[in-house]
Design a protein around this ligand. Structure first.
Ligand SMILES: [Fe+2]
Length: 399
């Protein structure tokens, strides 16, 4: 008989973590184990005698040869815990019901981790100092100006958005407005959208996607320098653009329902939680820029937002709409609303009877996210060439 690794007698263990611990060949006698964690632990060939294990997480543990016969297991989580023919369970206990898997190899994750820990520890002092210097050097390579710092802090720890005004020259915005307005008036649905007072408001939202082929100013407006550097910090050096459109809300158009786009609106539905690990507070999976092309008045302005709601990390539901106080933001002509798209937002209704509202909407994601729109499709050759001449990053954004 093998020597017992550890022995636990007549104790009460509450909320204790044995994560990744080697407890093989251990003995648990008259124990009360409650709300504990044994994830990735190796319990093989251990004995639990007259013990009680309640509300406890044993996921991914090694239970091969464990004897639970005289103990009670209550509300345990055995998801992907492994066991074999030698494992003895309490009478009428079905391990599969709790997620355990028979005869699967135990994945000794903990040992892998220990190995790398050792490697780090075995570095000499000289080596450690060398790495330290390198880290300092790497940090100092990227410098952010005060606006970039503000964008980064607002999108992560702040309101979830920031409004920047005065970046574009008036002439450029006037031109963009004129081009989109012309496109809108020519659109087949525009006539219909304005044909009668009672027309379905759905028709009053009209989008244009072929912007990059339309005029070079849209190549400029997909990559405002003032924002791109901050986005590199938030989504990685090689972040991309996966959606770019002019969204026109014809006078009287309906607003959007409250949502988030993370990375796209179609990924989530009301009440959904954003999985842990899907991005983080500082590394974002989606950011957006809304550029407003016309003067707004009290009836037709802005998006609706809930400041700071990116921290909730879940898709809003109807109860949230009732519960929270939202802000309608007035972005001046040519202004940009830059947002972490985890923040709850919605396009506001256009209550005006005469003024349409045009804005450019661009979504950016890290480059490993599935494309929502392939902006390279049907792109005229000279668009990329011209951008290269102007030292733009369009090639990266569309890669
Ligand atoms: Fe959105």
């Amino acid at each position: 008989m093998k020597k017992k690794n550890k022995r636990f007698d007549n104790q009460k263990l509450i909320k204790q973590s044995f994560w990744e611990q080697d407890l093989s060949n251990s003995k648990f006698l008259n124990m009360k184990i409650q709300n504990c964690v044994f994830t990735d632990s190796n319990l093989s060939n251990s004995e639990f005698i007259n013990s009680q294990i309640k509300n406890t997480n044993l996921t991914h543990s090694n239970l091969k040869g464990v004897n639970f016969e005289t103990s009670k297991l209550m509300n345990v989580n055995l998801r992907d815990a492994v066991y074999n023919d030698k494992t003895k369970w309490p009478k009428n206990f079905n391990p599969k019901k709790y997620g355990a898997i028979k005869n699967k190899d135990f994945n000794p994750f903990s040992y892998k981790r220990k190995l790398s820990y050792k490697t780090i520890k075995s570095l000499s002092l000289k080596e450690i100092n060398f790495y330290k210097k390198d880290i300092v050097k790497e940090k100092s390579l990227v410098k952010y100006n005060s606006i970039e710092k503000k964008i980064i802090s607002e999108l992560t720890n702040g309101k979830g958005y920031i409004v920047l005004n005065g970046y574009y020259k008036k002439k450029l915005i006037d031109k963009a407005e004129k081009i989109i307005d012309k496109k809108l008036k020519k659109h087949k649905d525009y006539k219909k959208a304005t044909s009668s007072f009672e027309i379905d408001k759905k028709i009053k939202s009209i989008n244009f996607f072929d912007l990059l082929n339309t005029d070079k100013i849209f190549t400029e407006m997909i990559q405002p320098k003032i924002v791109m550097n901050a986005f590199k910090k938030l989504m990685g050096e090689n972040f991309i653009c996966t959606y770019y459109a002019a969204q026109c809300s014809v006078a009287g158009s309906r607003g959007q329902s409250l949502h988030l786009d993370y990375p796209y609106v179609s990924y989530n539905k009301p009440g959904d939680k954003i999985p842990i690990g899907m991005g983080s507070k500082d590394f974002l999976l989606s950011c957006g820029i809304l550029t407003y092309l016309n003067d707004s008045n009290k009836d037709n302005y802005g998006p609706i937002v809930l400041s700071g709601s990116q921290k909730f990390r879940r898709f809003p539901n109807i109860e949230d709409v009732k519960k929270y106080k939202f802000t309608k933001i007035k972005v001046p002509k040519g202004g940009m609303l830059i947002l972490n798209t985890l923040m709850w937002h919605a396009g506001a209704p256009n209550y005006s009877e005469i003024n349409d509202r045009h804005l450019l909407v661009a979504h950016y994601t890290p480059n490993f996210i599935k494309l929502r729109m392939n902006l390279k499709n049907d792109l005229k050759k000279n668009v990329l060439l011209n951008d290269k001449k102007n030292k733009g990053i369009l090639k990266q954004l569309l890669s």
